[in-house]
Design a protein around this ligand. Sequence first.
Ligand SMILES: Nc1ncnc2c1ncn2[C@@H]1O[C@H](COP(=O)(O)OP(=O)(O)O)[C@@H](O)[C@H]1O
Ligand SMILES: [Mg+2]
Length: 287
Amino acid sequence: MNQVPLQVNDVVKSFGGGWSASSVLPWRRNGASHGRRVVDHVSFEVRRGEIFGVIGANGSGKSTLIRIISTLLLADEGGVRVFGYDTVREATPVRALINRVSADPSFFRNMSAMENLLFFGRVYGLTAGDVKRRTPVILERLGLEWPRALEPMSHLSRGQQQKVAVARSFLTSPVLMLLDEPTTGLDPRSKRDVQSFVRDVQQSHDATILLTTHDMDEAELLCDRIAFLSGGRIVAGGSPLELRQMVADGRPLDSINMETVFMELTGRRVEDDEEPAEEGEEALIHG
Ligand SMILES: Nc1ncnc2c1ncn2[C@@H]1O[C@H](COP(=O)(O)OP(=O)(O)O)[C@@H](O)[C@H]1O
Ligand SMILES: [Mg+2]
Protein backbone atom coordinates (compact mmCIF):
# COMPACT_ATOMS: atom_id res chain seq x y z
CA MET A 1 0.00 0.00 0.00
CA ASN A 2 1.22 3.47 -0.93
CA GLN A 3 2.10 5.23 2.33
CA VAL A 4 0.78 8.70 1.45
CA PRO A 5 -2.59 8.96 3.22
CA LEU A 6 -4.01 11.61 0.91
CA GLN A 7 -3.02 13.12 -2.43
CA VAL A 8 -5.32 15.73 -3.95
CA ASN A 9 -4.28 16.48 -7.53
CA ASP A 10 -5.57 19.50 -9.37
CA VAL A 11 -9.22 19.00 -8.39
CA VAL A 12 -11.88 21.17 -10.03
CA LYS A 13 -15.61 21.20 -9.26
CA SER A 14 -18.38 23.45 -10.52
CA PHE A 15 -22.05 23.54 -9.60
CA GLY A 16 -24.99 24.78 -11.56
CA GLY A 17 -24.18 23.57 -15.08
CA GLY A 18 -26.00 20.62 -16.64
CA TRP A 19 -29.05 19.14 -14.93
CA SER A 20 -29.21 21.36 -11.87
CA ALA A 21 -32.06 23.52 -10.61
CA SER A 22 -30.70 26.50 -12.52
CA SER A 23 -30.89 24.67 -15.82
CA VAL A 24 -34.32 23.14 -15.25
CA LEU A 25 -36.18 25.88 -13.42
CA PRO A 26 -36.36 29.02 -15.57
CA TRP A 27 -36.57 31.34 -12.55
CA ARG A 28 -33.28 29.94 -11.21
CA ARG A 29 -31.39 30.60 -14.43
CA ASN A 30 -28.39 32.90 -14.08
CA GLY A 31 -27.27 32.98 -17.67
CA ALA A 32 -24.10 30.95 -17.08
CA SER A 33 -23.99 27.71 -19.04
CA HIS A 34 -21.04 26.07 -17.31
CA GLY A 35 -21.95 26.67 -13.67
CA ARG A 36 -19.98 28.23 -10.87
CA ARG A 37 -16.57 26.86 -9.97
CA VAL A 38 -16.35 26.23 -6.22
CA VAL A 39 -13.17 24.10 -6.14
CA ASP A 40 -10.55 25.55 -8.42
CA HIS A 41 -7.42 23.50 -9.20
CA VAL A 42 -6.76 22.37 -5.64
CA SER A 43 -3.69 20.22 -4.92
CA PHE A 44 -2.11 19.14 -1.64
CA GLU A 45 -0.72 16.09 0.15
CA VAL A 46 -1.31 14.97 3.69
CA ARG A 47 1.50 13.06 5.42
CA ARG A 48 1.09 10.07 7.63
CA GLY A 49 0.19 10.90 11.23
CA GLU A 50 -0.35 14.61 10.77
CA ILE A 51 -3.36 16.82 11.36
CA PHE A 52 -3.77 18.87 8.21
CA GLY A 53 -6.12 21.84 8.35
CA VAL A 54 -8.11 23.33 5.50
CA ILE A 55 -9.07 26.79 6.67
CA GLY A 56 -11.55 28.99 4.87
CA ALA A 57 -14.64 31.15 5.28
CA ASN A 58 -18.18 29.84 4.83
CA GLY A 59 -18.68 29.01 1.18
CA SER A 60 -14.98 28.73 0.34
CA GLY A 61 -15.40 25.09 -0.81
CA LYS A 62 -14.26 23.09 2.24
CA SER A 63 -17.19 20.67 2.42
CA THR A 64 -17.24 20.18 -1.34
CA LEU A 65 -13.60 19.16 -1.18
CA ILE A 66 -14.28 16.78 1.72
CA ARG A 67 -17.20 15.20 -0.17
CA ILE A 68 -14.99 14.62 -3.20
CA ILE A 69 -12.28 13.01 -1.05
CA SER A 70 -14.83 10.81 0.72
CA THR A 71 -16.19 9.44 -2.63
CA LEU A 72 -19.60 11.13 -2.18
CA LEU A 73 -19.13 13.58 -5.04
CA LEU A 74 -17.34 13.38 -8.38
CA ALA A 75 -14.76 15.99 -9.34
CA ASP A 76 -15.04 17.53 -12.82
CA GLU A 77 -11.27 17.41 -13.27
CA GLY A 78 -8.28 16.11 -11.36
CA GLY A 79 -8.13 13.21 -8.96
CA VAL A 80 -7.73 12.08 -5.38
CA ARG A 81 -5.75 9.15 -4.02
CA VAL A 82 -6.09 7.68 -0.53
CA PHE A 83 -3.08 5.50 0.31
CA GLY A 84 -2.59 5.23 -3.42
CA TYR A 85 -6.17 4.13 -4.21
CA ASP A 86 -8.10 6.24 -6.70
CA THR A 87 -11.31 7.55 -5.08
CA VAL A 88 -13.33 6.99 -8.27
CA ARG A 89 -12.02 3.73 -9.71
CA GLU A 90 -11.15 2.15 -6.35
CA ALA A 91 -13.86 3.60 -4.14
CA THR A 92 -14.36 0.41 -2.11
CA PRO A 93 -10.87 0.22 -0.57
CA VAL A 94 -10.95 4.00 -0.12
CA ARG A 95 -14.19 3.78 1.87
CA ALA A 96 -12.64 1.15 4.13
CA LEU A 97 -9.76 3.50 4.98
CA ILE A 98 -11.63 6.74 5.65
CA ASN A 99 -14.38 8.09 7.81
CA ARG A 100 -16.04 11.47 7.83
CA VAL A 101 -17.63 13.64 10.49
CA SER A 102 -19.75 16.47 9.13
CA ALA A 103 -21.07 19.53 10.92
CA ASP A 104 -24.66 18.26 10.62
CA PRO A 105 -24.51 14.52 11.23
CA SER A 106 -27.64 12.43 10.72
CA PHE A 107 -28.93 9.93 13.26
CA PHE A 108 -32.11 8.08 14.10
CA ARG A 109 -33.44 10.72 16.45
CA ASN A 110 -35.78 8.49 18.41
CA MET A 111 -33.10 5.94 19.11
CA SER A 112 -30.44 6.35 21.79
CA ALA A 113 -26.78 7.06 21.03
CA MET A 114 -25.97 3.46 21.91
CA GLU A 115 -28.66 2.09 19.56
CA ASN A 116 -27.41 4.36 16.79
CA LEU A 117 -23.83 3.25 17.32
CA LEU A 118 -24.89 -0.42 17.30
CA PHE A 119 -26.70 0.18 14.01
CA PHE A 120 -23.86 2.07 12.32
CA GLY A 121 -21.30 -0.33 13.79
CA ARG A 122 -23.09 -3.16 11.99
CA VAL A 123 -23.05 -1.13 8.76
CA TYR A 124 -19.27 -0.81 9.15
CA GLY A 125 -18.95 -4.56 9.80
CA LEU A 126 -18.40 -4.46 13.58
CA THR A 127 -20.03 -6.95 15.93
CA ALA A 128 -22.39 -5.79 18.69
CA GLY A 129 -19.73 -6.94 21.15
CA ASP A 130 -17.11 -4.66 19.56
CA VAL A 131 -19.44 -1.68 19.70
CA LYS A 132 -20.48 -2.33 23.32
CA ARG A 133 -16.87 -2.64 24.38
CA ARG A 134 -15.53 0.42 22.57
CA THR A 135 -18.38 2.89 22.96
CA PRO A 136 -18.17 3.60 26.72
CA VAL A 137 -14.40 4.16 26.45
CA ILE A 138 -14.74 6.60 23.55
CA LEU A 139 -17.68 8.46 25.05
CA GLU A 140 -15.89 8.84 28.35
CA ARG A 141 -12.86 10.33 26.62
CA LEU A 142 -15.20 12.73 24.84
CA GLY A 143 -16.77 13.73 28.15
CA LEU A 144 -20.28 12.40 27.45
CA GLU A 145 -21.75 10.89 30.62
CA TRP A 146 -22.82 7.31 30.10
CA PRO A 147 -26.53 7.62 31.08
CA ARG A 148 -27.00 10.15 28.29
CA ALA A 149 -25.95 7.51 25.77
CA LEU A 150 -29.09 5.58 26.64
CA GLU A 151 -31.53 8.46 26.06
CA PRO A 152 -33.08 9.24 22.68
CA MET A 153 -30.72 11.34 20.54
CA SER A 154 -33.41 14.04 20.30
CA HIS A 155 -32.96 14.72 24.05
CA LEU A 156 -29.26 15.53 23.62
CA SER A 157 -27.80 19.00 23.07
CA ARG A 158 -26.07 19.77 19.81
CA GLY A 159 -22.70 19.43 21.52
CA GLN A 160 -23.63 16.01 22.86
CA GLN A 161 -24.96 14.88 19.47
CA GLN A 162 -21.72 16.00 17.84
CA LYS A 163 -19.76 13.94 20.37
CA VAL A 164 -21.80 10.90 19.37
CA ALA A 165 -20.97 11.66 15.71
CA VAL A 166 -17.28 11.82 16.56
CA ALA A 167 -17.56 8.57 18.54
CA ARG A 168 -19.28 6.91 15.57
CA SER A 169 -16.50 7.90 13.23
CA PHE A 170 -13.79 6.57 15.54
CA LEU A 171 -15.54 3.23 16.23
CA THR A 172 -13.83 1.62 13.28
CA SER A 173 -10.37 3.18 13.90
CA PRO A 174 -10.15 4.58 10.35
CA VAL A 175 -6.66 5.41 9.17
CA LEU A 176 -7.70 8.66 7.47
CA MET A 177 -10.20 10.80 9.34
CA LEU A 178 -12.05 13.60 7.55
CA LEU A 179 -13.39 16.04 10.11
CA ASP A 180 -15.56 18.69 8.45
CA GLU A 181 -15.98 21.52 10.96
CA PRO A 182 -16.34 19.08 13.84
CA THR A 183 -16.62 21.83 16.45
CA THR A 184 -18.61 24.51 14.60
CA GLY A 185 -21.54 25.66 16.71
CA LEU A 186 -20.47 23.79 19.82
CA ASP A 187 -20.36 25.35 23.27
CA PRO A 188 -16.81 26.11 24.49
CA ARG A 189 -16.68 23.11 26.81
CA SER A 190 -17.78 20.59 24.14
CA LYS A 191 -15.39 22.24 21.72
CA ARG A 192 -12.47 21.64 24.07
CA ASP A 193 -13.58 18.04 24.70
CA VAL A 194 -13.72 17.26 20.98
CA GLN A 195 -10.41 19.04 20.29
CA SER A 196 -8.53 17.17 23.00
CA PHE A 197 -10.04 13.88 21.82
CA VAL A 198 -8.83 14.56 18.28
CA ARG A 199 -5.35 15.29 19.55
CA ASP A 200 -5.37 12.19 21.75
CA VAL A 201 -6.34 9.99 18.85
CA GLN A 202 -3.65 11.44 16.63
CA GLN A 203 -1.02 10.80 19.28
CA SER A 204 -2.14 7.39 20.52
CA HIS A 205 -3.27 5.79 17.23
CA ASP A 206 -1.68 5.77 13.84
CA ALA A 207 -4.34 8.13 12.50
CA THR A 208 -4.03 10.88 9.91
CA ILE A 209 -6.55 13.69 10.12
CA LEU A 210 -7.85 16.20 7.61
CA LEU A 211 -9.73 18.90 9.47
CA THR A 212 -11.70 21.83 8.10
CA THR A 213 -12.53 24.79 10.28
CA HIS A 214 -12.95 28.51 10.27
CA ASP A 215 -11.79 28.70 13.86
CA MET A 216 -8.24 30.05 13.86
CA ASP A 217 -7.52 29.07 17.46
CA GLU A 218 -8.53 25.51 16.66
CA ALA A 219 -6.32 25.48 13.57
CA GLU A 220 -3.40 26.76 15.57
CA LEU A 221 -4.01 24.34 18.44
CA LEU A 222 -4.48 21.18 16.38
CA CYS A 223 -2.89 21.46 12.97
CA ASP A 224 0.63 20.48 11.99
CA ARG A 225 0.12 22.07 8.60
CA ILE A 226 -2.54 24.36 7.23
CA ALA A 227 -3.84 25.29 3.79
CA PHE A 228 -5.84 28.50 3.38
CA LEU A 229 -8.76 28.12 1.00
CA SER A 230 -10.31 31.20 -0.56
CA GLY A 231 -12.75 31.18 -3.44
CA GLY A 232 -12.08 27.49 -4.00
CA ARG A 233 -8.32 28.00 -4.37
CA ILE A 234 -5.49 27.24 -2.00
CA VAL A 235 -3.80 30.58 -1.58
CA ALA A 236 -1.12 29.55 0.93
CA GLY A 237 0.03 26.53 2.87
CA GLY A 238 2.55 25.47 5.49
CA SER A 239 3.02 24.97 9.21
CA PRO A 240 1.55 27.69 11.44
CA LEU A 241 5.11 28.96 11.91
CA GLU A 242 5.87 29.02 8.17
CA LEU A 243 2.62 30.86 7.48
CA ARG A 244 3.55 33.50 10.05
CA GLN A 245 6.97 33.87 8.46
CA MET A 246 5.33 34.54 5.08
CA VAL A 247 3.69 37.71 6.33
CA ALA A 248 6.08 38.75 9.13
CA ASP A 249 8.05 41.37 7.22
CA GLY A 250 10.35 42.01 10.18
CA ARG A 251 7.65 41.79 12.88
CA PRO A 252 8.28 39.35 15.78
CA LEU A 253 6.53 36.08 14.89
CA ASP A 254 4.75 35.67 18.20
CA SER A 255 3.08 39.04 17.76
CA ILE A 256 1.19 37.80 14.68
CA ASN A 257 -1.92 35.71 15.17
CA MET A 258 -3.39 33.31 12.61
CA GLU A 259 -6.33 35.61 11.94
CA THR A 260 -3.93 38.30 10.77
CA VAL A 261 -2.00 35.79 8.69
CA PHE A 262 -5.22 34.63 7.00
CA MET A 263 -6.31 38.19 6.30
CA GLU A 264 -2.97 39.21 4.84
CA LEU A 265 -2.67 36.10 2.67
CA THR A 266 -6.26 35.89 1.43
CA GLY A 267 -7.29 39.53 1.50
CA ARG A 268 -10.43 38.68 3.48
CA ARG A 269 -11.60 37.91 6.98
CA VAL A 270 -12.38 34.28 7.76
CA GLU A 271 -15.66 35.34 9.41
CA ASP A 272 -16.98 36.84 6.18
CA ASP A 273 -19.17 34.53 4.10
CA GLU A 274 -18.12 33.76 0.56
CA GLU A 275 -21.60 32.51 -0.32
CA PRO A 276 -22.93 34.37 -3.35
CA ALA A 277 -26.37 35.98 -3.08
CA GLU A 278 -29.29 33.64 -3.87
CA GLU A 279 -29.95 33.68 -7.58
CA GLY A 280 -33.58 34.67 -6.97
CA GLU A 281 -32.57 37.59 -4.79
CA GLU A 282 -30.07 38.73 -7.36
CA ALA A 283 -32.74 38.71 -10.05
CA LEU A 284 -34.93 40.89 -7.83
CA ILE A 285 -32.16 43.36 -7.16
CA HIS A 286 -31.21 43.73 -10.79
CA GLY A 287 -34.68 43.33 -12.22
N1 LIG B 1 -24.78 20.60 -4.25
C1 LIG B 1 -24.55 21.89 -4.50
N2 LIG B 1 -25.18 22.53 -5.51
C2 LIG B 1 -24.92 23.83 -5.79
N3 LIG B 1 -24.05 24.60 -5.10
C3 LIG B 1 -23.40 24.02 -4.08
C4 LIG B 1 -23.61 22.65 -3.71
N4 LIG B 1 -22.81 22.36 -2.65
C5 LIG B 1 -22.14 23.50 -2.36
N5 LIG B 1 -22.49 24.49 -3.20
C6 LIG B 1 -21.96 25.86 -3.20
O1 LIG B 1 -20.55 25.77 -3.32
C7 LIG B 1 -19.92 26.76 -2.51
C8 LIG B 1 -18.97 26.08 -1.54
O2 LIG B 1 -19.73 25.36 -0.60
P1 LIG B 1 -19.09 24.46 0.53
O3 LIG B 1 -18.14 23.52 -0.10
O4 LIG B 1 -20.21 23.88 1.32
O5 LIG B 1 -18.29 25.55 1.38
P2 LIG B 1 -17.81 25.52 2.90
O6 LIG B 1 -17.92 24.12 3.40
O7 LIG B 1 -16.42 26.05 2.84
O8 LIG B 1 -18.73 26.45 3.64
C9 LIG B 1 -21.04 27.52 -1.81
O9 LIG B 1 -21.28 28.71 -2.51
C10 LIG B 1 -22.21 26.58 -1.89
O10 LIG B 1 -23.41 27.29 -1.92
MG1 LIG C 1 -18.84 23.29 5.04
